[in-house]
Design a protein around this ligand. Structure first.
Ligand code: F6R
Length: 611
């Protein structure tokens, strides 16, 4: 995820900015940059594609950039490839303003058109350059007025660090749905998107609220609310260590990433529902070409494959196009029935999974049009695909995927509703209703996180188990697979997932007194059926845990399962995204009780680039 830092004081800014960027490196990024105002009031700019080390080299460890006020950035590419030209800070056409930005400007296309008509030229593919030029366009000598005018024009989520060469020593920090924290010092002030970049300079911080902006000089921080009214600084002290700060105060990256899911989903979804439409910027298949598609094949590995299994239900239900979900490691060696009328959807967090790349190449060679749903910008899969939809989950560091999986589901859901509308299968009212259901998902995931203490409690029941079974029907059977994988990969407990109706065809023989069975009952139409499977396994000694939506299921399950976990209710086809949260938390707490290496489980790698 991108990182921002701004510093203004009496000391040289560049070494402090570089150190701040190094502290934020753990978040992952693919390019970096820094802008510092020289004592003569000139804007000095350095940007590199690649690591912060390149920025140290380019600026002679900062020594080549004199001046005590500057901003810097590490970029995780979204709009535009991770090149030097697209790195931040982005500078306005006349070189007066420099802007570092986290987030997305949703109305960038309209603003860019307007600025081009006014004669502005652009040198990058970023939405950030538009912000720099909007500032230039609004500027009449008053820095703050230009910032306020620019803010009135933009829509989206953002955190900005803004520097104006005409106003040495003065910076603006802006926050809207993207974190930014002010750090207060003696003879200097700074701000950053990540507390890790602040704590070696000061422990006195002010957390900005959404919509806030601040004018920062060496001896003053003036904070304003969105409507321009001044706000008092509510100062707090950070007492966490640097190592803790990197994990956002969580003990493990996995837990941090589980808790980042509402934000990651918001980013993935919100910018794609605009003006009452789903806008899939990088997917340009018109309705005519979509109508020619005879089937969709989804391919991926591991959790991404399970996301495909769950997403299949949404696509088939809404689009009425047959969907096959195939393991990439198998598909690559089949003689697949794929041609120009097949659409291949490739799911991959890393974008580098070797089997997925090979399956994709095989299908592409047979004429399939490829849509990749990927988290890492400019990764191999993103580059090879015909169309790419990014998941915008930010870097995932824990080996076991969490936010990678849920954001893949979000993009599949958006795609299903979008394609159904293009195919004429949803009228206006239905289309609006489905969009609304998708929009609500991040909030429902946020509510599901409140189950954390309950799942820590339930983990005690699982920690000594030798085998755990996960059951479910329909969308719940896909979810069962992800639940079982999460548990086995981090707790090393043997876990298996079964379609609940399959049990009596063999698996039921494995049940013993006390074997934990987790029954997923989110599919409301099949609730009674799964409930009878719970009774079936309970009669054979299993300890049963039901996971179901709040509402009607509560009464049915309370009388048959030993323990129940109720999650916020969502439509059946979207339920995996909500109900996976307690399963992630359960796996985490079970692994923790067993003393396992949660972020780096044995024998596993984050990106599987071998066969
Ligand atoms: C499980 C997990 C793996 C990945 C799989 C695919 O928690 O992370 O199963 O889902 O290796 O990786 P990507 O999505 O990078 O292609």
């Amino acid at each position: 995820m991108c990182g921002i830092i701004g510093f203004t004081g009496l000391k040289q800014a560049a070494p402090i900015l570089l150190e701040g960027l190094s502290r934020m490196e753990y978040r992952g990024y693919d390019s970096a940059g820094m802008a510092v105002t020289s004592p003569e009031g000139l804007l000095q700019l350095a940007r590199v594609s690649g690591k912060v080390a390149g920025l140290y080299d380019r600026t002679e460890n900062g020594a080549a950039f004199p001046g005590a006020c500057g901003i810097a950035h590490t970029r995780w590419a979204t709009h535009g490839a991770p090149t030097e030209a697209n790195a931040h800070p982005q500078v306005s056409m006349h070189g007066r303003f420099a802007v570092a930005h986290n987030g997305i400007i949703e109305n960038f296309a309209a603003l860019k058109k307007e600025l081009i008509e006014k004669g502005y030229a652009f040198t990058s593919q970023t939405d950030t350059e538009i912000v720099a030029n909007l500032l230039e366009d609004s500027y009449r000598g008053d820095f703050q007025e230009a910032v306020e005018k620019m803010l009135a024009r933009i829509e989206g989520s953002y955190a900005f660090a803004i520097l104006c060469a005409d106003h040495p020593g003065e910076l603006f920090a802006v926050r809207m749905n993207s974190p930014l924290i002010l750090g207060l010092g003696e003879g200097f002030n700074l701000f950053a998107s990540d507390v890790t970049a602040l704590v070696s300079h000061t422990r006195r911080v002010v957390y900005m609220d959404d919509g806030d902006y601040a004018r920062v000089t060496p001896d003053e921080v003036a904070l304003f609310a969105k409507d321009g009214s001044p706000k008092a600084l509510r100062e707090t002290r950070v007492n966490i260590s640097l190592a803790e700060a990197e994990k956002g105060g969580f003990e493990h990256f996995m837990m941090k990433e589980i808790f980042e899911q509402p934000e990651a989903l918001e980013k993935t979804i919100a910018s794609r529902i605009r003006g009452g439409e789903i806008v899939l910027d990088d997917f340009r298949l018109e309705s005519e070409s979509l109508k020619n598609i005879q089937k969709i094949v989804i391919t991926a590995c591991g959790s991404a494959y399970y996301a495909g299994l769950a997403g299949r239900y949404a696509i088939e239900k809404l689009c009425r196009i047959p969907v096959d979900v195939k393991l990439a490691s198998e598909l690559r060696y089949e003689d697949p029935l794929i041609d120009g009328r097949t659409m291949l959807i490739v799911l991959s967090q890393s974008g580098e999974t070797l089997d997925t790349i090979a399956a994709m190449k095989e299908c592409k060679a047979r004429g399939a049009k490829v849509l990749a749903i990927v988290n890492v910008a400019a990764s191999t899969i993103a580059r090879l695909a015909d169309h790419v939809l990014y998941t915008w989950a930010g870097p995932e560091i824990a080996v076991a995927t969490t936010k990678g999986y849920t954001t893949q589901l979000a993009v599949l859901d958006l795609f299903a509703v979008y394609a159904a509308r293009q195919l004429g299968r949803l009228d206006e009212e239905e289309y609006a209703a489905w969009m609304q259901k998708i929009r609500e998902l991040p909030g429902l995931v946020r509510k599901a996180l409140a189950l954390e203490p309950a799942m820590a409690d339930l983990a005690v029941l699982l920690k000594d188990a030798e085998h755990v079974f996960f059951l479910g029907r329909n969308t719940d059977s896909a979810l069962a697979m992800e639940g079982a994988l999460k548990l086995k990969e981090i707790s090393y407990i043997h876990a298996e997932a079964y379609a609940a109706g399959e049990l009596k065809h063999g698996t039921i023989a494995l049940l013993e007194e006390g074997t934990p069975v987790i029954a997923l009952c989110c599919n409301q139409a099949l609730l009674e059926k799964t409930a009878s499977n719970i009774i079936e396994v309970k009669a054979r000694g299993a300890k049963t845990i039901a996971v179901a939506p709040e509402g009607a299921a509560q009464e049915v399950l309370a009388s048959c399962a030993d323990r129940c976990v109720f999650v916020p209710a969502a439509d059946d086809i979207f339920s995996a995204m909500i109900a996976v949260v307690p399963l992630q938390l359960l796996a985490y707490h079970t692994a923790k009780l067993r003393g396992c290496s949660i972020d780096k489980p044995k024998n596993l790698a984050k990106s599987v680039t071998v066969e």
